[in-house]
Design a protein around this ligand. Structure first.
Ligand SMILES: CC(C)(COP(=O)(O)OP(=O)(O)OC[C@H]1O[C@@H](n2cnc3c(N)ncnc32)[C@H](O)[C@@H]1OP(=O)(O)O)[C@@H](O)C(=O)NCCC(=O)NCCS
Length: 203
């Protein structure tokens, strides 16, 4: 297994993974949006590959479920690659703000990941999270937050296996569906300064 910054040679396998009902981007499950995305990737693969590293937050703003505009923050996206089968097996992303572990209100956590259903329960997300934590560590983040739905037991297991500490239960804001959720923290240094639930802080 490897975390790859996608290149042209990786795209075919990714397109196979998203050609059915599944997508690694929630709003792209819509068939019309999906079809356009696939067409755009085929027409201009280089453009698709451009923003997998976006340390200066050049990505365009996007609309959340409640029509709130979400502005980009520095981010980095990678694919989980099965080197034996030479196959795409999931996506993992890291977003952060420079010089702080704080995130803007519209971002639930520093790290997100997903694995196509047919590849689940084979260790890909656990590997992907472990590998992206090394990247976060290199960015000098003292810790990262991860948020899962309260009923997402597989994701919680992935986080706990990667030394996640549960810091709070809360209800996601309306833009993310008003659902019960859990916030975990994964320390990246020995004694992170603030292990304090995010929603109970004043600033
Ligand atoms: C969550 C998700 C990324 C996990 O990916 P994965 O590659 O299957 O994860 P892994 O194989 O590395 O680990 C899954 C762990 O959860 C466990 N698990 C799976 N389903 C479970 C369940 N219903 N209850 C308890 N544990 C469960 C597995 O046994 C495994 O633990 P183990 O290694 O100790 O046996 C995948 O299910 C997914 O893409 N879900 C939809 C998107 C999502 O929820 N993303 C995370 C948002 S925070």
């Amino acid at each position: 297994m490897q975390l790859v910054k996608p290149e042209i040679k990786h795209i075919e396998s990714y397109l196979r993974a998203i050609e059915g009902d599944w997508s690694d981007v929630a709003f792209e499950k819509d068939p019309i949006i999906k079809a356009k995305k696939i067409k755009d990737i085929k027409n201009n693969p280089r453009e698709f590959l451009e923003l997998f590293d976006d340390p200066n937050a050049k990505a365009l703003p996007y609309l959340l479920g409640d029509q709130t505009i979400a502005y980009a923050v520095p981010s980095l996206r990678r694919w989980i690659w099965d080197t034996k089968r030479d196959q795409y097996c999931g996506s993992v992303s890291l977003r952060w703000q420079n010089g702080t572990t704080e995130l803007p209100y519209h971002l639930m956590g520093h790290i997100g990941y997903c694995v196509p259903p047919i590849e689940q329960n084979k260790g890909y997300a656990s590997f992907g999270l472990k590998a992206i934590l090394e990247v976060a560590s290199a960015l000098a983040l003292e810790f990262v937050y991860l948020v899962t739905d309260s009923d997402n037991l597989a994701s919680q297991r992935v986080i706990v296996k990667n030394h996640g500490i549960l810091v709070e239960q809360f209800t996601k804001p309306a833009m993310y569906g008003d659902k019960p959720a859990l916030r975990f923290l994964i320390p990246l240094v020995e004694n992170p300064i603030k292990i304090v639930p995010k929603s109970t802080r004043n600033n």
